[in-house]
Design a protein. Sequence first.
Length: 436
Amino acid sequence: LKSGLLSSLTPIMALKSAHAGRLACTRLLSCSAPRPYSCLGAHASRSDGGGGCGSGGGSGGGSGGPQGMAVVAPSAAFSLALAAATYVAGQLHKSTSSRCEAGAGGSSSDDLEAAVAMDDLIGPMGHLTVTTGIVSVRGLDVRWWKYENDSLHHLSRRPVVALHGGPAFTHNYILPLQLLADSGHAVIFYDQAGCGESTFVKDPSKEAPWLLTIPYYVEELSRVTAALGLDCGSGYHLYGSSWGTVLAQEFAATKPFGLRSLILDGALCDAQVYIKTQWRDRISTMPTYTQRLLRHLEDTKAYDTAAYRVLEAALGLHFTTRLVPRPACWYAALNGVNQAIYVGMQGASEFTLGGQLEHWSITERNTQLRVPTLVLAGEFDTMSQECQQLVVDSIPTAWPLVTIPRAAHCKLIDEPQLCVEAIARFLFAIEQPVPA
């Protein structure tokens, strides 16, 4: 849900689509044993295409010093410290501005030049076929992409529909999920209306107010699955990342025909649990002064200050994605974000929840779900272990929580092979061969 760099979002260099880079992978479990594989090649679309990798943030406590150590924070002294931090952050911004070609969270020309290409991250590949199309929902175009390995059609495995985070963060950062195509599962991505390569809505509150409601996105997903013919036949699996896990659970609660399983990556089922445990288990690992400064900025809603932007970017490297340098697909996702929808749905702060999601909870309704569910947590995920274990505990048919080592919230960027292998094992275990 947390984008990390959103509050300072400015236009980013033309890394708008996945056409800019080839996407690939090195290893996937296709049956009961690992085998070499690769995928995520350049879009080899049969029609027009697009696409190329986003999300991160909580609110709650503070921290004092160890027994015997004084923690001095008189208001005047703290105000002076805040002013100093803001000044230093401003100087840092000035010193790098001459190198910046496109902004967003301090993304300099060096950042963009050093950005990791997918083929470097997960290996070269160009054999997947990609088709793309548009579904119209309430007069807005919703663009989708389907990745598949034509040579594996005989396996008749069910497709996976992928839901990106944000809200309105675009599908680009979860493109490594295409690796599942080399185990026989077609993988379908789409940009939710209002962002990315779907119809961009500059002022959703006036032009399309339904984009600031949860039920619309459930309707949109229903229209996409119906348009692609997934509601009939053998069905499909549903993957969600961050905000996508909220949407996936809401969609599953409607008991849609054809849904065979859920894969929830960086999940929450209760907004307030997420907020409290992120501060307790994540922000609390930062130095005491950093915590106090962040709390002060939160309390005064100083989201537009240089100090907040510096904290936001730094914490994003701890808990959003730990990959350094960041990949080109991350910047492509940033380039397609709709900040108006993002803020309207989850609030202006990167370290709490507001908007439509502030008091959201589906914990009780999850007890009615009966589809196999896999929940993936990152070792350093912005969603705490407690937050994600609650999702597991709330769904009777959920598998034990799987933690991806070394990964933060965007684990398909940090550890793509481990994520895809865990998903492939889950799908192989639950899916029986489907008659052709």
